[in-house]
Design a protein around this ligand. Structure first.
Ligand code: SF4
Length: 58
């Protein structure tokens, strides 16, 4: 799974709330790529929670 955050991110913090092991939010959400394996379910949940659909999963 490849996870990226596009420029639509408004740094709302929702992804970090549901999946803080993978996402951290400063001026925009940052993905810890090394933490994705084993946490795919919460990554998908975070993508669903993002209000601007900024989380792209490939
Ligand atoms: S939920 Fe979406 S808009 Fe909010 S911080 Fe995460 S990536 Fe950015």
């Amino acid at each position: 799974m490849k996870v990226t955050v596009n420029d639509s991110c408004i740094a709302c913090g929702a992804c970090e709330s549901v999946c803080d092991v993978v996402f951290s939010v400063e001026d925009k959400a940052v993905v810890d790529e090394g933490a994705i394996a084993g946490n795919e379910d919460c990554v998908k949940e975070a993508a669903d929670c993002c209000p601007v659909n900024a989380i792209e999963i490939a």
